[in-house]
Design a protein around this ligand. Structure first.
Ligand code: FEO
Length: 171
């Protein structure tokens, strides 16, 4: 059912989601190194969600009898000169991922691949959530993060984030 262009785009998306997980783990490690364990936790949970996204796409491809070819995941290779940079970078990254999901959606739409469109609906919604979360975090940091007491409180709030499995379940 799935055409080869969609298969190739989904396959690339798996790599992008796994790279997202890798990038967020890198940011998580940066914050742990800086003594901001709450920020570290927030990004660690984010990385777990990204791995889930990759797993869901793999499951979808397998359910449709398509072969998966896992590519190399590039190293994040980043150094951050202040605490706000990873927050800005992660928003930029989410915007890039949104564009990528929309691009697959466009191809599915153009080829009347309703099954893939329906599958991607969840990802379109999820990307809206992720961009909103990133924007909120930047806003909170701008409001409170530059003051040491505020940063302490924000760090404690972020330490409370717990991983929850995705609401989309594929059999
Ligand atoms: Fe899976 Fe944050 O995009």
């Amino acid at each position: 059912m799935l055409n080869e262009k969609i298969v190739s785009l989904l396959n690339d998306q798996i790599n992008k989601e796994l790279f997202s997980a890798y990038l967020y783990l890198d940011m998580s490690n940066y914050y742990y190194d800086e003594g901001l364990d709450g920020f570290g936790n927030w990004f660690k949970v984010q990385a777990q969600e990204e791995r889930d996204h990759a797993m869901l796409i793999m499951q979808y491809m397998q359910n449709n009898g398509k072969k998966i070819s896992l590519g190399e995941i590039k190293a994040p290779n980043t150094t951050y000169s202040n605490h706000k940079i990873p927050l800005d970078e992660s928003l930029k990254h989410e915007q890039y991922i949104t564009e990528s999901i929309h691009n697959i959606y466009d191809s599915a739409y153009n080829t009347k691949d309703y099954r893939t469109m329906q599958f991607l609906d969840w990802f379109v919604m999820e990307q809206g959530e992720e961009e909103k979360n990133s924007e909120e975090l930047i806003r909170k940091y701008e409001l409170f993060g530059t003051d040491s007491k505020g940063l302490y409180m924000l760090n404690s709030e972020l330490a409370a984030r717990v991983y929850t499995a995705p609401s989309l379940v594929l059999e």
